[in-house]
Write a protein that binds this ligand. Structure first.
Ligand code: HEM
Length: 158
């Protein structure tokens, strides 16, 4: 039996297929989760790009990062529940596969930002331009997350 069939045979996958209400609840929670994650990320990225320079970057990060990370505890389980329900089809779904690739790239980009240009944030925390590498990284972040959302929405059309 191929792995997708094993996943689709799980009790949770069966329940997600049998109960439209459970599937809808998972999709609503998934949506609320990524609204918080992507919303917080885009607000931080716009600040680093240079908007509202009077707001300290580190203070904004301390406020937004816990919400972004916390939202993952809603997004990932609900995403996996929806995936399990139709694993075989989704592994053949172009937008779904591209979404997973963009998700990985967005995670790598965020990790490289934190371990790279963000290390010098003290020197550009308030009323100063962020270094070009920091601005390039957050511009890439915005493009990747909008790509993830677009692919997520396109899943249903393919
Ligand atoms: C972490 C960032 C994520 C974001 C921003 C995101 C975003 C989205 C969006 C915008 C949709 C479309 C919702 C709609 O059509 O109403 C969606 C659907 C979906 N997502 Fe995610 N997602 C994320 C993570 C995941 C993960 C980790 C998985 C699990 C493998 C996943 C699995 C799915 C599935 C299966 C659907 C299709 C639901 C359907 O159309 O019935 N997502 N996601």
């Amino acid at each position: 039996m191929n792995p997708a069939d094993t996943i689709e045979g799980l009790a949770i996958a069966q329940a997600m297929r049998d109960s439209p209400l459970l599937y809808a609840a998972a999709e609503i929670a998934h949506t609320v989760g990524f609204v918080v994650l992507v919303g917080a990320t885009l607000m931080f990225d716009l600040r680093v790009l240079g908007l509202s320079r009077q707001i300290p970057v580190r203070a904004l990060s301390r406020h937004l990062l816990p919400w972004s990370l916390g939202a993952l505890f809603v997004i990932v389980p609900t995403g996996l529940m929806m995936f399990a329900a139709h694993a075989d089809d989704l592994l053949d779904n172009g937008p779904f596969k591209l979404k997973m690739a963009l998700l990985f790239a967005a995670g790598m980009n965020a990790a490289m930002f934190r371990t790279g240009p963000y290390q010098t944030v003290k020197s550009w925390d308030t009323n100063a331009a962020a270094p070009p590498l920091a601005r390039a990284s957050v511009a890439l972040s915005m493009a990747l997350w909008i790509g993830v959302i677009s692919c997520g929405r396109l899943i249903a059309y393919f």
